[in-house]
Ligand binder design. Structure first.
Ligand code: SF4
Length: 302
C-alpha cells in the first residue's frame, strides 16, 4: 500500500475506463479528492493488477492539458495560441459556422463525428437529424460494431475466451489485449493463462513482446488474414483435426466450407500471406489439437 493510501480518508470502489477491459479499481480520496489508484483485489477480471494506462488514470484527470472549457484559436493555425471563451460564445460560433456551411453547401455536406465511448452517440444522431444530415461517424463503427455483427452472424453471440478455466492454447489474432483491452477481456487475464501453461500462437505482422512469448509466431502480410484463415481451415480439414460430432450436430454449410478451403493449400496461401507453409501448419495443428483452445480475436487498430 502506498503512503498516500495509508492516509486516505476514504476509498471508493470503481472501474477503470482507460480502455474497455473493465478492471476494478480502488480510488483513495483525501480532502474529497482522488490521490491514488490501485487495482481491486476482489475484481475477478484483474485481481488487483492494473496496467500502466490504468495506473496513469489520475494523470489524465489532473493533466494541465485536459480540455475543461472552450478554447478559441488566437493566432495562425499550428501556432498553438488559444484563448478561453464562454460556452455561450462557443455555441453561438459553432451554430453560425454550421449555418453558413449548410447554406453554401447543403446539410449533407456535414459529417458529425465523435470519438470512442458510445453512450452519447444517440444524441449525435439526433443533432445530425435535426440539422438535416444523414452522415454520422463514430469510432465504434470501425471496431466495436463490426466485431459484434460478425460475432452474431457466425456464433449467434459475442464470444470471448474463458481465461478462468485456462485454455490449453490461446491464439491471439489481429489484436493485442496486453496493449489495449477489448470489451470484457483484460490483458492480465491472458498473461495469467500463459503463466499457468497455456500454449500461445500470435498472428501479427510485428514482432511484439507478445510475439516473443509465442510458441508459434505467424508473421503475415498485413491485410491477408482471410487467406491465412482459409489455409488453416484447409490443414485442419485435410488432416481430420476437427470435431466431427460437433460439425454434424451444430453447424451448417460445412461442405461448402470444405470446398472453399480446398482452394487454399498452405503453398498457395504463402504467395498471398508470405507465411511459410511449415509455420502455417504448426499453428493450425497446435490450435486444433489443443483442448480446449481459444481465439483472442479483435480488430487490429483497437
Ligand atoms: S487493462 Fe484497461 S481497464 Fe484494465 S487497468 Fe489497463 S486500461 Fe484500465
Amino acid at each position: 500500500m502506498t503512503t498516500e493510501a495509508r492516509v486516505a480518508e476514504e476509498i471508493v470502489r470503481s472501474c477503470c475506463r482507460m480502455d474497455h477491459g473493465g478492471c476494478g479499481i480502488l480510488i483513495q480520496l483525501r480532502d474529497g479528492k482522488p490521490v491514488s489508484i490501485e487495482g481491486d483485489p476482489d475484481c475477478r477480471i484483474n485481481r488487483g493488477t492494473l496496467c500502466s494506462k490504468g495506473l496513469a488514470g489520475l494523470h489524465k484527470l489532473h493533466s494541465p492539458h485536459r480540455l475543461k472549457y472552450p478554447l478559441l484559436r488566437d493566432g495562425d493555425r499550428g501556432e498553438g495560441k488559444w484563448k478561453r471563451i464562454s460556452w455561450d460564445e462557443a455555441l453561438d460560433l459553432i451554430a453560425t459556422k454550421m449555418t453558413e456551411v449548410k447554406e453554401e453547401f447543403g446539410a449533407e455536406s456535414v459529417v458529425f463525428g465523435q470519438g470512442t465511448h458510445r453512450s452519447y452517440e444517440n444524441f449525435l444522431w439526433r443533432l445530425a437529424n435535426v440539422f438535416g444530415s444523414p452522415n454520422v461517424m463514430a469510432a465504434g463503427y470501425l471496431c466495436y460494431y463490426p466485431r459484434v455483427i460478425a460475432s452474431h452472424l457466425t456464433h449467434g453471440f459475442y464470444p470471448i475466451p474463458d481465461y478462468e478455466y485456462p485454455p490449453s492454447c490461446v491464439m491471439m489474432w489481429g489484436n493485442n489485449v496486453v496493449t489495449t483491452s477489448a470489451d470484457g477481456v483484460c490483458g492480465a487475464q491472458l498473461l495469467r493463462a500463459l503463466d499457468r501453461g497455456s500454449r500461445f500462437i500470435v498472428i501479427d505482422p510485428r514482432y511484439t513482446p507478445m510475439a516473443a512469448r509465442a510458441d508459434v509466431w505467424v508473421q503475415l502480410r498485413p491485410g491477408s488474414d482471410l487467406a491465412l484463415a482459409l489455409g488453416m481451415i484447409n490443414v485442419i480439414i485435410e488432416e481430420g483435426l476437427y470435431d466431427e460430432d460437433f460439425v454434424r450436430d451444430w453447424t451448417v454449410g460445412f461442405d461448402e466450407l470444405r470446398e472453399r478451403a480446398a482452394e487454399y493449400p498452405p503453398e498457395h496461401v504463402e504467395r498471398i500471406t508470405w507465411v511459410p507453409p511449415g509455420i502455417l501448419r504448426d499453428a493450425a495443428r497446435l490450435y486444433a489439437t489443443s483442448k480446449p483452445a481459444a481465439i483472442q480475436w479483435g480488430v487490429a487498430w483497437e
